[in-house]
Design a protein around this ligand. Structure first.
Ligand SMILES: [Zn+2]
Length: 137
């Protein structure tokens, strides 16, 4: 599949820093697993999210979806890249991948290990969610 439009080194650094800052705002009192996300929108704006857990566990929402839903609520639906910061640079869950696919044919995904933030793993949504569910193309 065609690669998404490249982002600049400065955008990359800004996104990683924003994801790490968002991670500090996570409400992860049950799992203690804090995650921050920073979404680079087509207009250059960066929208962040953090995981928000709930005592009723099923109501918990991931950082990635918080960022995407905040961006949509702010009138943005075109995205270039998403940085996700966690203690182990985990990949987004299946639900988040499908939500990304709602808005993006492809997307750069930067996985940041909060313990070693200089080491960033770069993936594409198309690799994480091949043959995605779509009603039409
Ligand atoms: Zn998720």
């Amino acid at each position: 599949m065609k690669r998404p439009e490249p982002i600049t080194e400065q955008q990359r650094k800004t996104l990683v820093a924003a994801a790490l800052a968002a991670r500090k705002r996570a409400h992860a009192k049950y799992s203690k697993f804090k995650v921050g996300a920073a979404l680079l929108c087509d207009d250059g704006e960066i929208v962040t999210g953090c995981n928000v857990e709930n005592v009723s566990y099923g109501l918990t929402i991931c950082a990635e979806r918080v960022a995407i839903q905040s961006a949509v609520a702010g009138g943005r639906q075109e995205f270039k890249a998403l940085a996700v910061a966690s203690a182990k640079a985990v990949t987004p869950c299946g639900a988040c991948r499908q939500v990304m696919a709602e808005f993006c044919r492809d997307l750069w995904i930067l996985l940041v290990d909060a313990r070693k933030p200089s080491q960033v793993r770069t993936l594409q949504l198309a690799d994480l969610l091949p043959d995605r569910f779509r009603l039409r193309d």
